[in-house]
Write a protein that binds this ligand. Sequence first.
Ligand SMILES: Nc1ncnc2c1ncn2[C@@H]1O[C@H](COP(=O)(O)OP(=O)(O)O)[C@@H](O)[C@H]1O
Ligand SMILES: [Mg+2]
Length: 605
Amino acid sequence: MTAQTDQRTSDPFDRDDLPAPPGATGALLRSLLSAHRVRVTVAALVLLVKEAAVQAGPLLVAYAIDEGVPAFRAGDHGPVLAVALGYLLCAALSGVLQYVFVRGAARVNQDVLLDLRGRIFRHSQILSVDFHERYTSGRLISRSTTDVESLRELLSEGLQELIGVVLSFVSISAILLYLDLGIGAVAVASFLPLSFLVRVYRRRAGAVYAERSTAIAGVIVKFAETMNGIRPVRAFRRERVNETEFAALNHRHERSNGDALLEMARYVVGSRLVANTAVAGMCLWGAYRVASGSLELGVLAAAVLYMRRLYDPIDRLGMFLNSYESAAASLTKIAGLLAQEPGVPEATAPATLPARTGSPGREVTFDKVRFAYRTGGEVLPAFDLTIPAGQTVAVVGATGAGKSTLAKLLARFYDPTDGAVRLDGVDLRDLTTPDLRRGIVMVTQEAFLFSGTVAENIAIGRPDATREQIEDAARAIGAHDFIKGLPDGYDTDVRKRGGRISAGQRQLVAFARALLADPAVLILDEATSSLDVPGERAVQRAMDTVLAGRTAVVIAHRLSTVEVADRVLVMESGRIVEDGAPSDLVTDEGHYAGLHQAWRESLVG
Ligand SMILES: Nc1ncnc2c1ncn2[C@@H]1O[C@H](COP(=O)(O)OP(=O)(O)O)[C@@H](O)[C@H]1O
Ligand SMILES: [Mg+2]
């Protein structure tokens, strides 16, 4: 118990990011880029040539001043014309190469982001129900939107900036050292305080960006949570409270944005100061040397031009660090999500179920099953139960007795902590997902409809069903008439105007869906609770059809549902306290007899 409490206090789900294992972030980036190695290399080469074309400019100016102008004075126009032409050519070349690079890089980016979003979606989908209850959809949305977006920024602008900056620094240093060792040394010496500035900025910006990404996730989570729960929000007049909470989160995000801008501004001011000091020093010393004849004027002009060209890359380095920090924070969060193991992993060596032809469903066994939710104590202590193939079992008991837990274990939303749930003797963990989904279907209280038509919603359990089979299923369940009455009948879009369907009607659609899926085992967890009395009667009449030829577990909250059962189980605190035919249990003095009496009275009253 203490271990559990400890686990709860240091619950990693309390943080926005789940811890990614060491190296996972880098591994994720490599695996995303590995398919594009060739394109990335080509893009880098293109950028290299483009940089050379750009950096040729000041060299040409130096040549024009030192060689071209004297030749021009002497009547030879050739060198100046050559320089002008060369300058134009370099400008044109760098423009064209920039275009080629942007196009190539954009394709890589799009592919990488497509891949990443797909991975997040696929992985989230196979993570356990338990995971989703704790991680919340808001965080998933924030992973696949803002976090993917910040990676996009890094890839589309950031990396280009970085390569550009590194190339500028290297090429400018090399050119200056080549032109004049002393001038070059001044430039290289100015990189020292710059690198110090960059280090400080990285440290501070890293913290600010991590905070900013957490803050924006907080805003999205709050938004999604509020809108998902809009009904209780209205019912309990939570609007004001929510607004205050949202405003606080919104402000936190704004503050962190402001902090980020401030850090950037500090960095730019610092780097400009360093660069300007270096240029001023270079001008002074250079002028002295030009005057004393140990330096050519053209070389000094080129050196100053090059130094000025360094301002730009320095600012851009700041921007790159920005996008790098925020992408790193985001990628770590995504890596943490992708590192989560599915709660109910796919079987590595799947077992095959015996064929079901003509058999009345399948046998279900709970073999010494113990189960605890990750956030609570044990719900099922050493639970044993065998349901023969074809039997209809009603499960009754007080709220919190563990009925739904039983159902969810049978549908393999969770795996038992200990023991095994078996279908015809095969552990559910050894079944393939398709076998499991075909074998066991659960209908719950909250019947969910996907966007699409009513017919599509019914056909989910059997996508190849014909329209006739779909209508037969709906007819058998008593849903045909209301569906016919919808604006487009079976083709009505359930999310569009006029396609709005009541909770009771949704349950009828869910029943038809289950009937059409024709599973060996059907679980109904209070599945008729949203139906009115006539609606429930209709389903009741259809029960014989629905339950025939399969094993059924019916969690009931009304007497009428229990009466169709072959066997009744009464649950209390995760244990079966009574087990027998409905008629036998009524005559006993036990729990069920009491419950039965209460139900009868409620009907009479
Ligand atoms: N997702 C969950 N996480 C933690 N505890 C849960 C969860 N669902 C149910 N429980 C706990 O398990 C117990 C049994 O719940 P449940 O099976 O839903 O009961 P019933 O369906 O009989 O009302 C309750 O004590 C409940 O608090
Ligand atoms: Mg329940």
